[in-house]
Write a protein that binds this ligand. Sequence first.
Ligand code: ADP
Ligand code: MG
Length: 244
Amino acid sequence: MTKMLEIQHLKKNFDKNEVLKDISATVNKGQVITIIGPSGSGKSTLLRCLNVLERPTSGKVIFDGKDLTNIDEKELDQLREKMGMVFQNFNLFPNMNVIENIKLAPMKVKGMSDQEAEKIALDLLDKVGLKDRANQSPSSLSGGQQQRVAIARALAMDPEVMLFDEPTSALDPEMVGEVLKVMQDLADSGMTMVIVTHEMGFAKEVSDIVWFMADGYLQEKGSPEQIFDHPQSDRAQDFLSKVL
Ligand code: ADP
Ligand code: MG
């Protein structure tokens, strides 16, 4: 198995608050990892440390053979282009229509021609079921549709890994399924994914490995069966008894 990301003894403090205490883990190419655990346990911080949106206090994050915590900004930016990220609140550019949102980074960052970016954007919109919405403004779309555009936008950079931070938490319940379906398709296509989620059914279905976080530690790592059906720690048993 090829390693995609390796986290070594990662720690993150916000002032005196030790949010990540000593995290080591590996993401292999093609793996789907879900991160579950109580609110405030450090899931978002861990995800944001993976692409150094949040700078770790100590420890290493190795991607493409480079320690992202120990390279210059220019090289970091180049490596970050290979890591797509999807946030809870979509974060589409409100002043651009749907297809412009998707074309922007490939054209600006990769220097792609308008024509080439257009083709890629339309293909991706087709994949997420929104080809007919290309020229609409984000605000005219539902939350579920906006999140599918945000996924297409991240994919337009042809990333090696996709990071998701609770992509369905801000959605009305009836829109959760359409976003999870797009993510499941992406997983089936072999994309490497790290997903923070509270959707336990989805996590059980889609994950190769589940990471259970509590109190700034990765308390348990294992297959969905191990974590959901046979949690070892009191912390995981307690959490799962409340959410399952
Ligand atoms: P989760 O995603 O599991 O709910 P977070 O990673 O968002 O947890 O937060 C973990 C802890 O880190 C919380 O105590 C939170 O208040 C704190 N925290 C997160 N981001 C910041 C920040 N930018 N500044 C200060 N504290 C933060
Ligand atoms: Mg969070």
